[in-house]
Write a protein that binds this ligand. Structure first.
Ligand SMILES: NC(=O)c1ccc[n+]([C@@H]2O[C@H](COP(=O)([O-])OP(=O)(O)OC[C@H]3O[C@@H](n4cnc5c(N)ncnc54)[C@H](O)[C@@H]3O)[C@@H](O)[C@H]2O)c1
Length: 381
């Protein structure tokens, strides 16, 4: 039976992990110890108090309340303090660590995290709801059934309005770390390894205020099998959208991931030889992800915590390369998600992606040419 320690009680720790775990504990018998979740966040204690959560003033105090050998630690702190907090929990004897994405925000942190894991024999896993989603499973199966040659291009759109959080907290310093880690992990799972072929970012602008690098991210990948994919994430969009479009040799596949915990349903639309079918199904991917990790930790072995570490390492490497390329792209360029950037002109979006002109969303897309917001984004770098 496993205990839970959540480090970092912000949007992810308190807003997502605590409620999901509270529900999962009653649905997954034999895995969770009969003990409240323990939380630590010196910066956010008063807001965090609730019945199913025991707040500890420090990690040391949390260790006194828990058995480190039988505890899963959720690291829900911002990427900038990943390695530092990991070092602290490891020094206190905790070894089963479930890290919020991204595994690391840059290559130096990644090296540090992996070194710590090796030296302290930590069993790391990464919170990756999209990899545990029913929609992803359906897509992987579909691509497997039809053969990779049937896929022409893939485009993932991850838009949401993220003004309040970007203006009020510095938990993230790059739009590439907000939504893109989910998409890159998914693309690696679906299409295999890849190289970055282009990337652009944008600042977030509201009136006279600018938040550097937080307006949006666009990256293009070339997978080893020759398929191109792209990720477009506009964090100044007026609506939320988490969509994947596969351009197929005989049609298209459009998947919509659930956009929030308040409605955990996904959609899948398959068009083949002119005939379209559409399905809607429950897809509570965060619950699936967390319970999978706990089962893995409970069972032990090589897959303890859920496996996939190599894929998350590769995701960090590709995002680091994308950030490097985006930083080099000329200032004053077009929106990373607009149609006029040099990257977009040569990308899957321009020539191959079904998003370019035929998707139902394309005509009304907040990232098409006429939205006033584009002007603000277009001054990003
Ligand atoms: N916000 C989301 O919807 C969401 C969803 C999935 C994943 N994530 C990921 O979760 C991580 C955290 O993001 P967030 O949005 O929850 O950030 P947040 O700013 O809302 O919360 C982070 C919390 O960590 C605390 N903290 C900072 N340093 C700490 C330390 N040394 N010890 C203990 N607590 C510390 C802060 O006080 C804050 O309350 C990020 O990597 C993010 O990508 C966020």
């Amino acid at each position: 039976m496993l205990y839970t320690l959540i480090v970092g009680l912000g949007r992810s720790g308190l807003g997502l992990h605590v409620p999901v775990l509270s529900r999962a504990r009653s649905h997954v018998p034999g895995t969770f110890a009969d003990h409240p979740i323990v939380g630590v966040d010196p910066g956010n204690t008063p807001r965090a108090e609730r019945r199913d959560l025991l707040i500890a003033a420090s990690l040391r105090r949390a260790r006194d309340l828990l058995d480190p050998a039988r505890t899963v630690v959720h690291l829900c702190t911002p990427p900038a303090v990943r390695a530092e907090v990991l070092r602290e929990v490891a020094a206190l004897g905790f070894s089963r660590i479930l890290m919020e994405k991204p595994l690391a925000g840059d290559l130096a942190t990644l090296r540090c995290v992996l070194r710590l894991a090796r030296e302290q024999q930590l069993c790391l896993s990464v919170v990756a709801p999209w990899l545990h989603s029913t929609l992803t499973r359906r897509l992987v199966q579909l691509v497997g059934d039809r053969g990779p040659g049937a896929v022409r291009s893939v485009s993932v759109t991850q838009h949401k309005p993220r003004f309040r959080r970007s203006l009020s907290t510095s938990s993230h310093t790059s739009a590439f770390d907000v939504e893109a880690p989910h998409a890159v992990g998914l693309l690696l799972r679906l299409l295999g390894d890849a190289q970055v072929r282009g990337a652009r970012g944008a600042d977030l602008r509201v009136g006279t205020t600018t938040v550097p690098d937080m307006g949006g991210a666009h990256l293009e990948l070339l997978h080893t099998g020759g398929i191109r994919s792209e990720v477009l994430s506009d964090l100044s969009a007026p609506v939320r959208q988490r969509r994947i479009v596969l351009g197929m040799e005989d049609g298209s596949v459009v998947g919509h991931y659930a956009v929030g915990q308040d409605d955990d349903f996904a959609q899948l639309e398959i068009t083949r030889d002119g005939h379209t079918t559409r399905e809607v199904f429950r897809d509570d991917s965060l619950t699936a992800c967390l319970t999978h990790a706990y089962r893995g930790y409970a069972e032990g072995g090589d897959e303890a915590g859920g496996g996939d570490l190599g894929l998350h390492v590769r995701t960090v490497e590709l995002l680091a390369e994308a950030k490097r390329l985006a930083a080099r792209s000329p200032a004053g360029g077009a929106s990373p998600v607009g149609g006029t950037s040099p990257a977009a002109g040569t990308s899957a979006a321009a020539g191959m992606s079904p998003l370019a002109g035929t998707s139902p969303a394309a005509g009304t897309s907040p990232v098409s040419g006429t939205h006033p917001r584009k002007e603000a984004l277009s001054h990003g770098r």
